[in-house]
Design a protein around this ligand. Structure first.
Ligand code: KG4
Ligand code: ZN
Length: 367
């Protein structure tokens, strides 16, 4: 089975061709430089850029893989949650292609694609507890089956990646700032008393990172030497940042506060769901070194397999969409041309069209 994956939910244009669970070829065009100076993604610019880039990227994918559109069995496209204009570009492209080739169409929940992404590299185990930490979302998910996911905890305000990006902006580091903070944090031990680990004194599995961001903002305001005088070039962050030891200590302490909070709430969730056999960690922030280390510690302590994608597959990409789409399609689910985009903040509906129920009889996916 040959599946095309299309990802345009935010500022990465991603495409991948997958054959029977194996990635044949993938392409990723980042808009990072376009948005860097704004300290965040400008939605209008992002959708126009997807529209400009997508056709050429698709041509490159076909050229490099030697495949033709007529060979496609299914087209998987991220349908949300994400930036509406950006999603519509990918969806429009997918629908046109499905109509002209006769390939099946499947709209993919971007969050599910992140959570299943470890399956690109290793066998997934179920039931699993999934921690999704990205720029737009932070949630704990009980993963009963690949097509049955239940959110059991979520952020009440900022997502973990958003906190990284906002703190980076305070320090005049370019967007997206998470990986720069990660780099600088590695140069210092954390001061675990410097910032509070937020929203732990409760019994919930929810998160809240806005207070931590404010604590960093207050500290930076009182110590203006921490901030670069103007936005530093992304290629020079490590070199310039390494000279400021106090900055590295602040990055490390903030990074620790986030990673430790994620670890504590995930440990709490594991206590409540003893049936899980694996811990899945996914999304852009899963690329963070300290998050990876603390989650590895937690999995070892709980005697669970840790399934975490390699860093390049944690951030948005076409391969995870192709994989999730193929898994869903093979379970008998697809969409017709009416499939709609879902903006951030709205639940993605389970409005699949049963394809070949005989393939695998089972209940409608739940989420
Ligand atoms: O999953 P993703 O590519 O996009 C969304 O679905 O949001 O995640 C992007 C987020 C950004 O906030 C970025 O700063 C963060 O992931 N990120 C990191 C690292 N690499 C990316 N945060 C911390 N450490 C990293 N190494
Ligand atoms: Zn994402």
């Amino acid at each position: 089975m040959l599946t095309l994956g299309i990802e345009t939910s935010c500022d990465e244009t991603g495409l991948a061709l997958m054959e029977d669970g194996r990635v044949v070829c993938s392409k990723l065009a980042s808009q990072e430089d376009l948005h860097a100076v704004f300290g965040g993604v400008v939605p209008e610019l992002a959708s126009r850029e997807h529209l400009r880039i997508l056709p050429g990227l698709f041509d490159d994918l076909l050229l490099e893989s030697g495949r033709t559109p007529g060979e496609l069995d299914a087209i998987a496209v991220a349908r949300g949650p994400g930036l509406l204009g950006s999603l519509l570009v990918g969806l429009g492209f997918a629908k046109g292609l499905a109509l002209s080739t006769g390939a099946g169409l499947i709209g993919v929940n971007h969050l599910w694609a992140h959570l299943l992404a470890p399956g690109l590299e290793q066998e997934l185990l179920f039931p699993a507890l999934g921690l999704l930490v990205s720029g737009g979302h932070t949630q704990l998910t009980l993963m009963h089956r690949p097509d049955s996911l239940e959110t059991v905890g979520r952020t009440l305000d900022d997502a973990a990646g958003e906190a990284f990006d906002k703190v980076a902006k305070l320090l005049n580091l370019p967007y997206p700032g998470g990986r720069h903070i990660d780099q600088l944090a590695k140069l210092s031990e954390p001061d675990t008393a410097l910032f509070p680990r937020p929203y732990l004194k409760n019994r919930t599995l929810d998160f809240s990172f806005s207070g931590l961001k404010t604590a960093v903002a207050t500290h930076v305001a009182a110590n203006p030497g921490l901030r670069f005088p103007s936005m530093v070039d992304k290629e020079r962050v490590l070199e310039e940042g390494a000279r400021n030891r106090e900055l590295c200590r602040v990055c490390s302490s903030f990074n620790w506060a986030v990673a430790s909070t994620l670890q504590i709430k995930t440990r709490r969730a594991l206590g409540r769901y003893p049936q899980v056999t694996a811990l899945i960690v996914a999304g852009g922030v899963a690329a963070n070194s300290m998050v990876r280390r603390l989650m590895a510690e937690l999995a070892a302590e709980a005697g669970l397999r840790l399934l975490i994608p390699s860093p390049g597959l944690c951030t948005d990409n076409g391969s995870m969409v192709a994989y999730c789409g193929e898994v869903m399609y093979q379970r008998g689910w697809s969409h017709d041309l009416g499939v709609d985009a879902v903006p951030r903040g709205r639940p993605v509906p389970m409005d699949f069209t049963p394809r070949r129920r005989a393939f695998q009889a089972g209940p409608q996916p739940s989420g």
